[in-house]
Design a protein around this ligand. Structure first.
Ligand SMILES: Nc1ncnc2c1ncn2[C@@H]1O[C@H](COP(=O)(O)OP(=O)(O)OP(=O)(O)O)[C@@H](O)[C@H]1O
Length: 388
């Protein structure tokens, strides 16, 4: 057998960009009936996951044309093991792996029934991820139901449970804003383009917030170009001219769509657990003040500055340094905000102000903060004070 391993990115990511996953605890509700809905064309079989030496997907060349591939154990993290050319139920044929996240893998597949390419999120066969995926499906369906005029949210096409993996079938989108930045060697995008992207992003956020939903994980990786065109990839097609496998995607327009609704939170409740990927995390989340809709707006602000400058604004992994960076860029945190900090954040505050630079972990850290430009320098627009 000829196995090939594949990683989700051609290049190494420059920073860890993952967030804690807790949303299922706050959003999940009692479900009955459709929880383990199956694609009628497909039999689900469940087996106990066994340990495999590594978590990378194995791609098996030249597997079955019709029906399901032979049973393969999941890897040690509960990821589905697949082969390019396999069927994922008789309806979907796997073309390639597009991405991998906390939840599972995203596969580009050819939908034989709809005759279109789709992206299928194949969720890890672990209870908490399965449950969270069901919440994501609910959210995607809710968004689709209310989306009369194109909300800039990815559309769900279908879902099913296959060999103990929840599979979410999504419309196929193009590269992410992070891909654009990376491929552009982290050079700034033109301000007019950023303005247009910001408008679309805010439209999407307003749409979600009007439905009392807080995304909580807005970041360039989760904003995808909404169109893609297929052009022949001759390098591949000359060797293996198989259905759905010899195309590559190119960005076609500046229309964007938001993905990844697995961390969605209910806006009607108060929350104070940690959300968002570090660089896009709002101060109220770090300080334990309780958070709501505004945390999405904070993330949008960080994203827009990143698109204008080419680099993530707050590149840190430490809370106090992060807060100091915010003060450096935006001005002092208001005293009434610092006063409300919870116990875990008290250590960052001395006499009503941020314990900085006294509390800094190192001189290097102080220097890094000092080097950050003020917001006006990034945007060349007049400074607007207190942001909380
Ligand atoms: N509809 C889509 N079209 C094209 N690519 C997609 C689509 N949905 C997801 N992807 C790709 O798959 C990757 C992982 O998807 P997603 O963020 O939904 O998974 P996740 O497990 O929730 O990830 P994370 O741990 O980063 O939150 C994305 O970064 C993107 O590159």
């Amino acid at each position: 057998m000829d196995y090939v391993s594949e990683s989700s990115h051609g290049q190494l990511d420059r920073r860890p960009r993952k967030k804690p996953r807790l949303a299922w605890e706050s959003l999940s509700k009692d479900r009955s009936g459709d929880y383990f809905k199956e694609d009628p064309a497909n039999a689900t079989s469940c087996g106990s996951p066994r340990i495999l030496p590594d978590h990378t997907s194995l791609l098996l060349k030249g597997s079955l044309q019709k029906g399901s591939p032979p049973w393969r154990d999941d890897d040690k993290d509960g990821h589905y093991m697949f082969a390019v050319g396999d069927n994922l139920t008789p309806r979907y044929k796997i073309s390639r792996k597009i991405g991998e996240g906390t939840f599972g893998q995203v596969l580009e597949c050819w939908d034989r029934e709809a005759k279109e390419t789709v992206a299928i999120k194949v969720v890890r066969s672990i209870k908490k991820y399965r449950e969270s995926a069901m919440v994501e499906i609910d959210v995607l369906q809710l968004l689709s139901r209310h989306d009369k005029s194109g909300s800039h949210c990815v559309k769900i096409r279908n879902w099913f449970d296959y060999r103990n993996h929840i599979c979410i079938v999504l419309e196929m989108l193009g590269p992410s804003l992070y891909d654009f930045l990376r491929k552009n060697s982290y050079r700034p995008l033109p301000v007019d383009l950023v303005r247009e992207l910001g408008r679309q992003l805010l439209e999407c956020v307003a749409f979600m917030h009007n439905l009392n939903l807080i995304h909580t994980d807005l970041k360039p990786e989760n904003i995808l170009s909404s169109d893609y065109v297929k052009v022949p990839d001759y390098k591949v097609s000359s060797r293996s001219p198989r259905e759905g496998t010899y195309y590559k995607r190119l960005p076609k327009s500046i229309n964007i769509k938001v993905i990844d609704f697995g961390s969605m939170a209910n806006g009607l409740r108060k929350h104070n657990y940690i959300v968002s990927t570090r660089h896009y995390r709002a101060p109220e989340v770090i300080l334990g003040l309780g958070w709501s809709y505004a945390c999405d707006l904070w993330s949008v602000g960080c994203i827009l500055v990143e698109l204008c400058s080419g680099e993530a604004l707050f590149q840190t992994h430490e809370n106090l340094e992060h807060l100091a960076m915010m003060e450096r860029v935006l001005g002092p945190l208001p005293p009434h905000v610092l006063k409300r900090a919870d116990r875990s954040a008290e250590k960052y505050i001395r006499k009503g102000t941020l314990n900085w630079p006294e509390g800094a972990a190192s001189r290097e850290s102080i220097k890094i903060v000092q080097k950050l430009p003020r917001l006006q320098v990034f945007t060349r627009i007049p400074y607007r004070p207190p942001y909380l």
